[in-house]
Design a protein around this ligand. Sequence first.
Ligand SMILES: Nc1nc2c(ncn2[C@@H]2O[C@H](COP(=O)(O)OP(=O)(O)OP(=O)(O)O)[C@@H](O)[C@H]2O)c(=O)[nH]1
Ligand SMILES: [Mg+2]
Length: 451
Amino acid sequence: MADWNDTIVALATPQGIGAIGVIRLSGERAWVIANELFPSKNLLLQPTHTMHVGLLKDGPHVLDEVVVSLFKGPRSYTGEDVVEISCHGSPYVLQQVVQASIHHGARMAKPGEYTQRAFLNGKLDLAQAEAVADLIASNSAASQHTALANMRGGFSDILKGLRDQLIKFSALIELELDFSQEDVEFVDRTAFYVLIDVALQTTTRLLKSFQLGNVIKNGVKVAIVGKPNAGKSTLLNTLLNENRAIVSEIAGTTRDTIEEVLNIQGILFRLVDTAGIREHTSDVIERIGIERSKGAMDSADLIIYLVDLSAISPSELDDLTLEIGARNKPFVLVGNKADLAGGSDFSDDLLRISAKDPQSVEALKDRMVSLVASGGINTEDVVVTNARHYQALQAVQQSLVDIRNGMDSGLPGDLLALDIRRCLHFLGEITGEVSNDELLGWIFERFCIGK
Ligand SMILES: Nc1nc2c(ncn2[C@@H]2O[C@H](COP(=O)(O)OP(=O)(O)OP(=O)(O)O)[C@@H](O)[C@H]2O)c(=O)[nH]1
Ligand SMILES: [Mg+2]
């Protein structure tokens, strides 16, 4: 583990040329080092949360004209004394400023070390710190919202509530043990049952949100499937607004799956165009493509099943609806080539589009978004997006079940107390009350340097 008494320095903005680049110093000597590089004013006499313009010099050597922002701990990101130096964004200048800081006694920061210090100084808990990494990596409005909510402590608050109540009960049970001769029950068992049930409901909801969380983080996988020539590749191209896939009137044009990412109303979709599915083909490559199409359907979060309205009868369509419905997966049945098919003898459930016409595809986009939303994506809610939290939550849930079973079978108080402690342990693992150097190293190594 790093030495927490030293002062660290790193570039906080991305590598490369920019209008400005920010270098951040954190630690006991942050202000002193900045002051040594900033001759025009004594920074040590300035109040916290102020900004100062002036030349930055390493000895006689002028480095840049900069803006220095001062933060006195604990009112800073890390909780320590922090200085942010906004320089002109030349990689050469920035490198020189980092070097000068090192000459004056700073050490290059390790990946995630600022956030790790913030955690160790109690500025954020572990779940919040991890949300910082998620927020930096967010690539859609939905993933931004969930990361932001978790960073601000929504998830942590729920866990903390659970923990506080369990601690209260475990204290009472342990008190009961001290008086075991007297055969008293301090703990109101009915109230405890209620508590455990509420806790179980909460963990179940959080565990369920993980699937959703993954969807938010990684995108909703959408398989576009249907018979050859239905217009799948045409639809992909129109959705993406570019000629991504080859389109032709030859059935069996698409051989392999094609995957592209599309952001619709803040939700990330991973669209997969597939080879048209037909039962009998002698073409070996086409057969492999069809296998992949079926695989894409199996792994998809949502299926768009496209039919050519000019080449299907209502009864065929009914059979198809049943067949896709049996997959137990959200799907949209889309009737394509509405411009060719005159007949309106198809059911109203069918979404009619013309894949060539961007205007008519808008309705499909709305349907995709609403399907995801009805699947429960509400970014205001707390959503678990982190596999480590998910695993710990599973353990929390299991220990809650054990506690309840223990109470059902009249388990003695000391054993019950043990189960409660185990549950508290797993809860603490998520927020960091229970942690070790190895775990912290693993988490913070995944951050970039400067965060
Ligand atoms: N009239 C009309 N023709 C369309 C429409 N959508 C697609 N087509 C035509 O249908 C033919 C097949 O389109 P594709 O997009 O290649 O069909 P596909 O489903 O990808 O076919 P495979 O890759 O062979 O499985 C092309 O000639 C398209 O121009 C539409 O909305 N209206
Ligand atoms: Mg195709």
